[in-house]
Design a binder for this molecule. Structure first.
Ligand SMILES: Nc1ncnc2c1ncn2[C@@H]1O[C@H](COP(=O)(O)OP(=O)(O)OP(=O)(O)O)[C@@H](O)[C@H]1O
Ligand SMILES: [Mg+2]
Length: 327
């Protein structure tokens, strides 16, 4: 696995205030890395350091193997940054805006028209190429800003809260766009304080709080490591001529005696009627539980663990440390 971003004890102070505290994170090439944390956690600070806009106070950070302190030009060639705020550009058309930045990135004039047309098409703004930048809607400005980050074809895109202020439809479009960028081979680091915003589009997540990295890794692995308690939902069919309620009670008795089962609730009134099992075992134990039910004569038609969502994980991870914690 190639690592494209790595920080080692990355620390940033503003006066006496520690905004980043010995941050050690790594992002594998090709990942969509969701960087999640509440306001003031240190997300923007980290991103500004990785894009060489800000120097660390201590520690190191590397982008594609280049030090953000000693090899700033090399880092800048690898990174495209979309800041959380879009600057003000009066009397500038979308194409002029991109041309201006392409020039800044030293893209040869002859190559610019096609590059700009391609990028506008990619972010679905071809129809607005002659529009004044300031007349674009917020979502369109975000997409234009995203096009700008790609002018020099960077390997890594760092997007600071790209979804904030977007309506649900624009969010879906952004998600689709990120998928496309990933297919183009880009690694993407994207911040948000809303976990569900990132849930479906990330391969990895890092959770940061008050300058500390609380968790980082593959989404599935983090979910698994935090998943000490799941609720399984079981639907079943009664034997011919038997009552469903009786069948639920029988299944409940079977389940209750099994290892890792904390509590069983037969819910005949639920829609559909079901059994809920609070379960503390791993996947293998869950398989054994299901096998036991079937061996006991229960006609199971549905057996599913409710997977906790990122929001729940976030609350669990930050509980204790977040408010009234140790830092
Ligand atoms: N230029 C600065 N001067 C002083 N303190 C700063 C400066 N920039 C950031 N900070 C402080 O550093 C901490 C981290 O800020 P940062 O902007 O990195 O957080 P964030 O995670 O991006 O938050 P948000 O979700 O609100 O964007 C905050 O406590 C903030 O007040
Ligand atoms: Mg920020």
């Amino acid at each position: 696995m190639t690592v494209i971003v790595e920080t080692r004890d990355l620390t940033r102070r503003y006066g006496g205030m520690v905004a980043l505290n010995h941050l050690n994170l790594s992002i594998p090439q090709g990942a969509v890395y969701g960087f999640i944390g509440p306001n003031g956690a240190g997300k923007t600070t980290t991103m500004r350091i990785l894009t060489t806009l800000l120097l660390p106070s201590d520690g190191e950070a590397y982008v594609a193997g280049h030090s953000v302190v000693r090899e700033r030009a090399a880092v800048r060639r690898q990174v495209g940054f979309m800041p959380d705020f879009f600057g003000v550009y009066d009397n500038m058309k979308a194409t002029e805006y991109l041309d201006f930045f392409a020039a800044a990135y030293a893209v040869p004039p002859a190559r610019r028209p096609k590059l700009i047309a391609d990028l506008l098409a990619l972010v679905d703004l071809s129809h607005k190429q002659e529009a004044e930048v300031m007349s674009l809607s917020r979502g369109m400005k975000q997409r234009l800003s995203l096009a700008r980050t790609m002018l020099h074809d960077p390997a890594l895109l760092i997007l600071d809260e790209p979804a904030s202020g977007l309506d649900p439809r624009a969010r879906v479009e952004l998600r689709e766009l990120l998928k496309e960028l990933r297919n183009l081979g880009k690694t993407i680091m994207i911040s948000s304080h809303i976990l569900t915003e990132l849930a479906e589009m990330c391969t990895h997540i890092g959770i940061i709080e008050r300058g500390h990295l609380l968790a980082s890794g593959e989404v599935a692995a983090i979910m698994r490591s935090l998943q000490t308690h799941r609720v399984f939902e079981v639907h079943l069919l009664p034997a011919e001529g038997a009552e469903l309620e009786t069948a639920l009670l029988q299944a409940a008795n079977l389940a209750q005696a099994q290892p890792h089962v904390l509590e069983v609730r037969p819910l005949p009134q639920a829609n559909p009627p079901q059994l809920q099992i609070d379960f503390a075992g791993d996947d293998r134990a869950a398989g054994a539980l299901l096998a036991h039910l079937i061996a006991g004569g229960v006609s199971v038609t549905h057996f599913a663990g409710q997977v906790s969502n990122l929001e729940e994980i976030f609350l669990r991870v930050t509980a204790g440390s977040a408010y009234g914690g140790t830092s």
